[in-house]
Write a protein that binds this ligand. Structure first.
Ligand SMILES: [Zn+2]
Length: 163
């Protein structure tokens, strides 16, 4: 899912849970639950993996990261949270899985060093989780357009809830 969705759900969990360690862990777990829901980015990811339209995938991630940064800045400066530390821990926990996947994509570790092997394992786990429901219960992912609409709606609802 979009980084923006993971970050705002993390903020929401942080505002409810308050304790930073609990908020971090719950948000980290929420990332995997959210990613399991079909959300229309599997085609783009497969394309990227095949080496077609790599630029489109990179632009998408950059735009998403920019929107996420603006949104997080907006929320932290406009909302009075129960615990700002809890909210920040939630945002970091929610984003961390994709940051690790991004690190994997950038470094492309060959699996020799310990860190490389762990990154590789984590990336595999993340990707298997991403297609788990799609492969088992659905006939492929939903369309990218529908996925975009669904994710923007979820994002809107979460931000509305926080304000
Ligand atoms: Zn993810």
């Amino acid at each position: 899912m979009f980084l923006a969705v993971h970050a705002t759900v993390g903020a929401l969990l942080g505002n409810v849970v308050v304790d930073p360690a609990a908020s971090f862990s719950l948000s980290f777990a929420s990332h995997f639950l959210l990613d399991m829901i079909p959300h229309g980015d599997q085609y783009l990811y497969d394309q990227y993996k095949r080496g077609d339209d790599v630029n489109q995938a990179v632009v998408r991630v950059l735009v998403d990261a920019l929107i996420t940064a603006v949104l997080v800045f907006f929320l932290l400066s406009n909302v009075t949270f129960v615990s700002e530390a809890g909210v920040i821990a939630g945002i970091i926990g929610g984003l961390l899985p994709d940051l690790l996947v991004g690190l994997f994509e950038m470094l492309k570790p060959k699996g020799r060093g310990w860190t490389g092997r762990q990154l590789l394992k984590f990336n595999d786990l993340h990707m298997r989780n991403h297609v788990f429901l799609i492969r088992r219960f659905f006939r492929g992912d939903i369309s990218s357009k529908f996925g975009l609409v669904v994710q923007v709606l979820v994002l809107g609802l979460v931000v509305r809830w926080l304000l």
